[in-house]
Write a protein that binds this ligand. Structure first.
Ligand code: NAP
Length: 296
């Protein structure tokens, strides 16, 4: 007998494709009425495999929706001063609506200094303190792309969040903190009771087990096991760790923070890796770039 599947997979790839076609339609409309075509620039330092892949996806996605895109490359040895010079030039360039500096940067460059040098009106990654602050008090802002993508998935699947206990694992500035802040906003998706856990949290399994919604963003493949999950919980897996794999051409595959096979049967909804949160991050970046040109 085949058991009926009790959980639903949140198909981030499909939702991302739907949103891309919505953005493409908007761009076509702008083109028709002679309005400016959104232009996203990306700065890539060095040749890290992961960063190369992410930036290539971003550039390809820009093409898919009809944006202009520019990739600016620097060698690993670039100085902080040179990079700051480029950031200043992009801030001034009227043709560039938004730009990102792909992280991580080499150790001799202060990421915070670079982020703060970006004009917050072009900060489509939503990392600048002005955007972080504005979004945390519910003002219009560029919301950090991954958290925005997670909220969009909850919205598109009509998942109820009001009054639910949302447990976030991870407190990074780019995922854990902003997603926790958004989930407690007085809006939908939001209105949740939020607990943020990290590497110093005591009784972690016990806390995760209380979550109606669990957002795992710790970067430890397969960390969240079935016995940590409350039956019927919604599980959002942000983790993307490259693990060696002899069956793929690249020699690796992406693994999430959730042990999918054992956790999925206990959930109501779950995001897969790949194909869950990842595609939504890129789409949020495109949405922010469209917003940047509309804000002008
Ligand atoms: P990060 O900066 O390394 O932060 C990881 C967080 O997890 C930290 O707060 C850390 O606690 C916590 N943590 C680590 N080990 C833990 C443990 N054993 N128990 C409890 N908490 C633990 O990572 P990040 O940038 O937020 O990224 C997290 C994951 O998401 C990574 O796999 C990354 O590749 C992925 N990611 C995916 C996307 C996407 O588009 N899909 C986007 C961004 C990130 P401490 O603060 O105490 O150290």
């Amino acid at each position: 007998m085949i058991e009926a599947q009790s959980f639903q997979i949140i198909d981030g790839k499909h939702i991302a494709d739907v949103i891309k076609s919505e953005i493409a339609a908007e761009v076509a409309l702008r083109r028709k009425s002679g309005k400016k075509i959104p232009h996203l620039a990306a700065i890539l330092v060095g040749h890290d495999g992961g960063s190369e892949t992410y930036v290539a996806h971003k550039v390809k996605s820009c093409e898919q929706v009809g944006f202009k895109s520019t990739l600016i490359r620097f060698e690993e040895e670039v100085t902080e001063e040179e990079l700051l010079g480029k950031v200043a030039a992009l801030n001034q360039d009227p043709d560039i609506d938004g730009f990102i500096v792909q992280l991580p940067l080499p150790a001799h460059i202060s990421e915070q200094k670079i982020i703060e040098a970006i004009d917050y009106r072009k900060d489509v990654d939503g990392f600048h303190p002005v955007n972080v602050g504005r979004s945390s008090i519910g003002l219009p802002a560029f919301v950090s792309a991954t958290p925005a993508g997670i909220l969009e998935l909850l919205r598109r699947y009509n998942i109820q969040t009001s009054g639910k206990h949302c447990v976030v694992i991870g407190r990074s500035n780019i995922v854990g903190k902003p997603v926790a802040s958004l989930m407690m906003q007085k809006s939908y998706p939001g209105d949740a009771t939020v607990t943020v856990c990290h590497s110093r949290t005591h009784n972690l399994s016990e806390i995760i087990r209380q979550g109606d919604i669990v957002i795992a963003a710790l970067g430890r493949p397969g960390f969240v096991k079935a016995d940590m999950i409350k039956p019927g919980a919604v599980v959002i897996d942000v983790g993307t760790t490259r693990v060696p794999c002899s069956e793929t051409k690249s020699g690796y595959r992406l693994k999430g923070d959730v042990a999918f096979d054992e956790v999925a049967p206990k959930c109501s909804y779950i995001t897969p890796v790949p194909g869950g949160v990842g595609p939504m991050t890129i789409v949020s970046l495109l949405k922010n770039t469209l917003l940047a040109v509309q804000n002008k």
